[in-house]
Write a protein that binds this ligand. Structure first.
Ligand SMILES: Cc1cc2nc3c(=O)[nH]c(=O)nc-3n(C[C@H](O)[C@H](O)[C@H](O)COP(=O)(O)OP(=O)(O)OC[C@H]3O[C@@H](n4cnc5c(N)ncnc54)[C@H](O)[C@@H]3O)c2cc1C
Length: 582
């Protein structure tokens, strides 16, 4: 009843036709052996894993949840076996460096894999979810000894990893982290440190899937200053290199709204042994590598939830018979109200997939393009797109799931039909890895206003190329006109905010959320225009005709939200009352 079918044809359409990735791979030495056929085979196998192994255990795991006894977590039935199959399939190694046992494939394919596994089983996906972040972080900032100790084990998936940032008093504001580290003995892996403190909400803090767990822990050294600049990053494994148990304990797990198969753990470190990753007091720089990787992963969760909701809603609506359409008893997908809901989900999903995969493709360019200037340009674009993808997709994942639930009527409220779990599971993605409000502020203040809007203008210039490519094709006018209007609105908004930087310093803070959603719609307008351009010449095939319909629906029915977002951004003088106790 609640099933997942990896949308392979949609994925191939975006990868091969919209983004023309195989052409780019052929011109990139790191990927020159990869072609469209191989990419299809890889995604087909990933789809089988998501459809056949993860999706069937999703609902039962939600009811069963995790168990904690004496510091040890037992994950739901089927989770360890699914993880074993994931490792045996070589999935953790997909985009890792061959120097550490990886397959060296593009992040683009990894993004598609992540979309599938998150859609099929978000709770389970939390366990491997931080593996690549830890890998990237140790690879970029770890000593040679730490790289030798950890990278191969993470690449193969033999060990899993966690990210230990949050403490009761330190959530969005990591400057309040209190966990401390003192100098420990010298070891084969270099100077060790003894870490003491408590962390909360640590995903996969303990589990029964791997023999060891690699904890990355944010803490303070004895000579640390207060605030963010005094933070350092340690790697502290559950079992030390000599096989003894480290002094790290899982004190309990949370009862929570969703992703019940994921053990959200309270952790204590009692003079636990760890090693510094990166330089002292530069822990946040090292941690940001992990967080950026994790943010893209979370964006894919939002997209995965939307896809899961839309495909099941379509299937249900095509079978549920209620009411008359033109005097005839019919299925509910014929009612305009339901149809509108179904097309909203589909259109959003298709546009987001283009943006998500483009971001992953740029990440590949940033790492592997032969030209240094191109690498730097791609990196700048990824930095801008990451907070938009994280916040916009996860907002839409949860909203979309909630709207999809309506298609089932009362059945939607019942566990057996699946969608109520998606509504609950998708909610957390708006909160963790930096709340969506923090993403919006990061985007507007740090990524856009700090450089006078230069990188944003570069992004808009890239989007504008679609106007040129589409020029002279009258059937594309409605798409290019919509994109042109969105680009103009984005420019106007950023220009106004920059001009008032001194006079109205808190304006950007008040409207950051609207700005991020506005920019999300600008990107969608680009994605729909680009998809329509590719699909239009092929509309004789009904499948491509549907691609154009989805893009047109997006422009006509979804883009109007952007108007009110930009309107709110521009309302400089709108009063935001203080919260008082009157
Ligand atoms: C299921 C789950 C799994 C998690 N996994 C992990 C994990 O693996 N590792 C880990 O370290 N943490 C994890 N977390 C913690 C998560 O990252 C934090 O919940 C998140 O960073 C927000 O912190 P907080 O909950 O303390 O909220 P707060 O920081 O108290 O924020 C509360 C509200 O205030 C807003 N707010 C706060 N500061 C600002 C500001 N400057 N400007 C505007 N608005 C602001 C926030 O957006 C939010 O709406 C997890 C949380 C959950 C629920």
């Amino acid at each position: 009843m609640w099933t997942y079918n990896a949308p392979l044809r949609d994925m191939h359409f975006v990868i091969e036709e919209v983004l023309q990735a195989p052409t780019a791979w052929a011109q990139t030495p790191a990927f020159e052996d990869l072609d469209a056929d191989t990419s299809r085979q890889i995604l087909e196998e990933a789809g089988k894993f998501a459809n056949g192994v993860l999706a069937p255990i999703n609902g039962a795991a939600d009811l069963e949840g995790c168990k904690w006894v004496d510091g040890n977590v037992t994950t739901p039935q089927g989770y360890p076996a699914a993880y074993k199959a994931y490792v045996e399939g070589g999935w953790p190694a997909l985009a890792c460096d061959p120097a550490y046992g990886g397959q060296g494939l593009p992040q683009l394919l990894n993004a598609a894999l992540n979309e599938m596994i998150a859609a099929a089983n978000h709770g389970w996906t939390m366990y491997p979810g931080l593996l690549h972040g830890a890998y990237d972080c140790i690879k970029a900032h770890g000593s040679d000894a730490l790289k030798t100790r950890y990278l191969e084990k993470l690449t193969s998936g033999e060990w899993l990893a966690t990210m230990n940032l949050s403490e009761p008093q330190a959530g969005s504001d990591l400057s309040q982290v209190r966990t401390k580290a003192e100098v420990g003995p010298r070891t084969d892996d270099g100077e060790s440190w003894l870490i003491t403190g408590s962390k909360i909400w640590i995903s996969g803090g303990d589990q029964d899937m791997t023999d060891n767990i690699v904890h990355l822990v944010l803490c303070r050294l004895p000579d640390a200053t207060a605030g963010n600049k005094g933070l350092s990053l340690m790697v502290a494994p559950k079992f030390l290199p000599d096989g003894s148990r480290n002094k790290i304990r899982c004190d309990g797990i949370e009862k929570k709204m969703g992703i019940k198969g994921s053990a959200t753990s309270a952790m204590s470190f009692e003079a636990a042994t760890g090693w510094l990753v990166g330089e002292p007091h530069k822990g946040l720089t090292a941690m940001f590598v992990m967080m950026n990787s994790a943010r893209l992963h979370v964006a894919m969760q939002g997209l995965g939830h939307l896809e899961m909701a839309q495909q099941n809603a379509h299937a249900y609506a095509s079978e549920r018979v209620q009411g008359k359409i033109n005097g005839q008893i019919g299925t509910i997908d014929q009612h305009p109200a339901v149809r509108r809901n179904l097309w909203s989900l589909r259109s959003l999903c298709e546009g987001e997939r283009v943006i998500a995969y483009w971001t992953a493709q740029l990440l590949d360019e940033a790492h592997s393009h032969p030209d240094a200037a191109q690498r730097a340009k791609a990196e700048d674009l990824v930095a801008l797109l990451t907070p938009v993808a994280k916040a916009f997709f996860t907002d839409n994942g949860n909203r979309g799931a909630n709207e999809a639930l309506q298609v089932w009527g009362g059945y939607g409220y019942v566990h057996e039909y699946g969608i109520e779990q998606t509504v609950r599971d998708s909610r957390v993605a708006m909160i963790y890895e930096g709340t969506n409000e923090i993403q919006a502020i990061d985007l507007l203040q740090r990524k856009i206003m700090a450089d006078g809007g230069a990188k944003l203008l570069d992004l808009l210039a890239v989007l504008e190329q679609e106007l040129e490519v589409g020029a002279g094709v009258p059937e594309l006018n409605e798409f290019t006109n919509a994109l042109r209007a969105q680009i103009a609105a984005t420019r106007e908004a950023v220009g106004a905010l920059l001009a008032a930087r001194e006079a109205a310093p808190d304006w950007s803070l008040r409207v950051a959320d609207d700005f991020l959603r506005g920019l999300g719609f600008t990107l969608l307008a680009w994605a729909w225009a680009r998809s329509a351009r590719v699909a239009l010449p092929q509309v004789a095939d009904a499948w491509y005709a549907d691609k154009v319909k989805a893009a047109r629906f997006g422009v006509q029915w979804l883009l109007p939200e952007a108007n009110y977002r930009w309107q709110r951004v521009m309302a400089r003088n709108a009063v935001l009352p203080e919260i008082g106790c009157n």
